[in-house]
Design a protein around this ligand. Structure first.
Ligand SMILES: NC(=O)C1=CN([C@@H]2O[C@H](COP(=O)(O)OP(=O)(O)OC[C@H]3O[C@@H](n4cnc5c(N)ncnc54)[C@H](O)[C@@H]3O)[C@@H](O)[C@H]2O)C=CC1
Ligand SMILES: O=C(O)C(=O)[C@H](O)COP(=O)(O)O
Length: 380
């Protein structure tokens, strides 16, 4: 069996090597001719799998994406050809929540506010939004949730309209998939009109898909009135994103919100397990065998910090979102936008999830235990 695997899929040799001949390629460069003799294709979000890519893929029987999002895959075209498909739901959701909390606490520090004073609106309450809602709620942060597809199935209780979130929240977090049509389409979900309705002082964060916001309208809103802030991890036209929008966003990162090593290896392992099932083989390799020990495992706090400061400190021990903001600026100036954007992602430094950190609290810090545990730390 011949497997073609994106060069940015970690753990591929250990997982897929024993199953057949492994070929690695940068995901954006995979072309129809590369699939001629390939039986299984393993990708991330940057390889568009459509009719054109499949034109010469007569041997292809399995496509797996080690990502949550699937908008880059024409699943109907695969089904029509009898090609099995698998994605990795939830694999990097914890990493995205770490990113969101790290970004909010960074802006709170820069702009002089506290998370406790803010009401957070979460749009898209699935694996990512649901975990974010759970963590913020245990931390006592007021939240409103909007998820019309879930409300339709589960009932409206606990869900609000997008207009309510826009009118009542200080922070709006977008965690929706990109859906181009149908009753719950998300393409330009935040269009010029909805962006205009955001109250002054609102913080808008997008870690879903870039096309869920009208980027040109957001640029105009940020540049024109300068009264809202934006944290953007995803963009229209990646990797050649709008440099003006990059400069206007308070935090601008190159689609790395989910890029913890834990999240990426979970994604690889989920696709490995799906491919083994497809082949009727046992998945012999466990996820634990892929994950290395984290470089920092314990941190001790003795008091003198209030809860949000303590969380900011712990988060920055495992992951500092400012590093990714700085590297996008630096690399996009050095190499040009598209090459710089992709270079940050290809050379992404080691990042572990907050849950890999155990926290020891001295007697004076014990009162913080439930709040910090709710935020995602293991409190010893
Ligand atoms: N920036 C990054 O690195 C990452 C981005 N993502 C993106 O975030 C998206 C969400 O991820 P998950 O939570 O894991 O996906 P999920 O599929 O578990 O949840 C998505 C939720 O959005 C809801 N939704 C769909 N249409 C909606 C609409 N019009 N308005 C409000 N809610 C709507 C769905 O009902 C669902 O509950 C992914 O589809 C992916 O595109 C995911 C992981 C990493
Ligand atoms: O899981 C998803 O969906 C994502 O957006 C991924 O975190 C993106 O990973 P890459 O494909 O950009 O490596």
């Amino acid at each position: 069996m011949r497997l073609l695997v994106d060069a940015n899929v970690p753990g591929a040799e250990a997982c897929f090597g024993p199953l057949g001949e492994l070929v690695r390629m940068p995901g954006r460069e995979i072309a129809p001719a590369d699939l001629r003799d390939v039986d299984a294709l393993v990708i991330r979000s940057i390889t568009r799998v459509d009719e054109a890519l499949l034109a010469e893929a007569s041997r292809l029987r399995f496509v797996g994406t080690c990502t949550i999002g699937t908008d880059h895959v024409d699943t109907r075209a695969l089904a029509e050809r009898g090609i099995a498909f698998a994605s990795a739901p939830g694999c990097n959701a914890e990493a995205v929540v770490d990113y969101v909390l790290g970004s909010l606490l960074t802006l709170a520090e820069r702009q002089g506010w506290r998370l406790a004073e803010r009401r957070v609106g979460i749009v898209g309450v699935g694996n990512v939004g649901g975990r974010l809602l759970a963590r913020l709620s245990v931390m006592g942060i007021a939240c409103l949730a909007c998820d019309p597809p879930r409300a339709e199935v589960e009932g409206r209780e606990g869900f609000e309209k997008l207009e309510t979130l826009i009118g009542e929240c200080d922070v709006l977090c977008l965690h929706t998939p990109l859906v181009r049509d149908g009753p719950h389409a998300t393409h330009h979900l935040l269009d010029a009109q909805r962006l205009a309705e955001l109250s002054p002082g609102t913080l808008l964060l997008n870690a879903g898909r870039g096309d869920c916001i009208d980027g040109q309208a957001l640029r105009q809103r940020l540049a024109g009135q300068g009264d809202i802030s934006a944290v953007l991890d995803v963009w229209e036209g990646e990797p050649g994103i709008d440099p003006a929008l990059r400069d206007l966003a308070q935090i601008a990162t190159p689609h790395i919100a989910g890029h913890s090593l834990d999240g990426k290896l979970r994604g690889t392992h989920q696709i490995y397990a799906a491919l083994c099932r497809h082949l009727g083989l046992p998945a012999r390799l466990g996820l634990d065998e892929l994950l290395p020990a984290p470089p920092v495992t314990r941190i001790a706090l003795d008091g003198g910090l209030e809860a949000e400061e303590a969380l900011r400190l712990c988060l920055r021990t495992v992951y500092d979102v400012r590093r990714d903001h700085d590297s996008l600026r630096r690399e996009s100036y050095r190499l040009g936008m598209a090459r710089g954007f992709d270079a940050c992602r290809a050379n992404y430094p080691l990042r572990r999830e907050l849950s890999t950190l155990s926290l020891e609290l001295g007697p004076k810090a014990q009162a913080l235990a439930p709040w910090l545990q709710g935020a995602g730390l293991n409190v010893a």
